[in-house]
Design a protein around this ligand. Structure first.
Ligand SMILES: Cc1ncc(COP(=O)(O)O)c(C=O)c1O
Length: 434
């Protein structure tokens, strides 16, 4: 049975123009495969996998059954000083997907919590090594690392910061990697690797021994798909190694097949020390995030504490919630059984070719893409973001859901998308933008 919305008034909606939305609501009441249905009965193709979550498509029976079974059998277990089997099993499965020795997994309930957890892991790690003076963090312009105070402090997106001035101090930003000559580049741009040397300059300016970690999204997603220049992530890795700085990849969007590999770390062949993830971890069917760390980080923090004491004073009431773990395990089973990460890799050239055909549309200023992720940047029309907001609404009523940030539409369909559905997405985009 569906709940009915008798009034829209009382919910304060997140990242939404509340007054505008409530005057002309767009409710989604059903989802199946790559499609959603609105409250007027219209069919909407999901061009952004929800918010980059629904890798295996909507309405997956296997996930619903697993969650239902779990809730009937073991609905809640305190995660502090007790446990339940599903979270240990999910940690094992996630560790098997991460590269190298990122073998320890800490569960959170969202990407934002994963980022704040990663900040605390970095602090605790350096303190355990008697390097507690490493209090500074490096991030990047145009970065999105969620909305909690730690993640907002790392954020490089002005609207996410400017109302909240009392954020965490000690964050220094590198420049973003989008250069004018990158316009309409498919995949990794060939220029711009030297932008990683901003990290070296920050080391020289502030003292490398004051820096705890460098956070980057391997592909900056929410800002509109900024693909790292060739050699850029490799250079960041070198500088971090040289100075004892932890490299953190925020894989909340890139993880679980979006780039044709389990994680961006494998897609780009660069292994970070810490990875944050969320979204497709459960196919979006339950809220969950996670942080994976190298063996040495877990061991350093754990072994620094006296025997039989809590080693890391951090955790959530819902860390590793049984229902979320059941959804995660069922989602990973689907990804494996259907070979969805490989499928994304195989489909990527077709997807990118089709999306890049939009470059002849007058309203399009730039297109960037990698894997099954693309940013279609529109020319601004009036105030920044005005055209994007209007386009997002127009697309919806023409049967396409796309996530917009400002004037950039971010195309990231479920990994199960068929070629004809890619055509459908691009066709609606072309009609609407024209
Ligand atoms: C790279 C990145 N980090 C963190 C987050 C925050 O995740 P959540 O919305 O689950 O808190 C997001 C969300 O889009 C993201 O893209």
């Amino acid at each position: 049975m569906q709940y009915k919305a008798n009034t829209l008034e009382h919910q304060w909606m997140p990242f939404t123009a509340n007054r505008d939305f409530k005057a002309d609501p767009r409710l989604l009441v059903r989802g199946e495969g790559c499609y959603l249905w609105d409250h007027k009965g219209g069919k909407v193709i999901d061009g952004s996998a929800g918010l980059f979550c629904s890798a295996a498509g909507h309405g997956r029976q296997e996930i619903a059954d697993a969650v239902s079974r779990q809730l009937r059998e073991n609905d809640y277990v305190p995660p502090f000083q007790s446990g339940q089997p599903a979270s240990f099993e999910l940690a094992r499965r996630v560790a098997a997907l991460t590269p190298d020795d990122l073998n320890y997994v800490f569960f959170t309930n969202s990407g934002s919590e994963a980022v704040d957890t990663a900040l605390k892991v970095a602090m605790a790690y350096h303190r355990a090594r008697a390097e507690g003076q490493r209090t500074r963090f490096v991030s990047r312009e145009r970065a999105y690392h969620g909305v909690n105070i730690g993640g907002v402090s790392l954020s490089g997106m002005v609207k996410n910061r400017e109302s909240f001035t009392g954020v965490m101090p000690g964050v220094v930003c590198m420049r973003h990697t989008l250069l004018p000559e990158h316009r309409f580049t498919k995949g990794q741009p060939g220029t711009g690797a030297e932008l990683a040397d901003d990290l070296q300059r920050i080391c020289e300016m502030y003292g490398a021994t004051t820096i705890a970690a460098c956070f980057v999204e391997p592909i900056a997603g929410s800002t509109g798909c900024l693909v790292p220049p060739k050699g850029y992530l490799e250079r960041l890795r070198e500088i971090c190694d040289e100075h004892g700085i932890l490299l953190v990849f925020d894989e909340v969007i890139c993880g679980f097949g979006r780039l044709g590999h389990a994680f961006a770390a494998q897609a780009f062949g660069v292994v970070p020390d810490i990875m944050t993830m969320a979204k497709a971890l459960t196919n979006g069917a339950q809220p969950m995030g996670a942080v994976a760390v190298r063996d040495g980080i877990y061991e350093t923090i754990t072994e620094a504490a006296p025997e039989n004491t809590i080693e890391f004073f951090h955790g959530y009431t819902y860390s590793g919630h049984p229902a979320a773990c059941a959804a995660g395990l069922a989602a990973l089973d689907i990804y494996e059984a259907e070979g969805l990460f490989d499928r994304a890799a195989e489909l990527s050239p077709y997807f990118l070719d089709r999306v890049y055909e939009l470059q002849d549309v007058d309203a399009v200023a730039d297109i960037r893409g990698y894997g099954l992720l693309a940013g279609v940047e529109l020319k601004a029309d009036g105030a920044p973001g005005a055209r994007g907001a209007q386009t997002q609404k127009d697309l919806f009523w023409k049967g396409l859901h796309i996530k917009f940030t400002g004037d950039c539409g971010i195309v990231a369909p479920p990994l199960i998308v068929a070629k004809e559905q890619v055509d459908e997405i691009v066709g609606i985009l072309r009609d609407t933008l024209a």
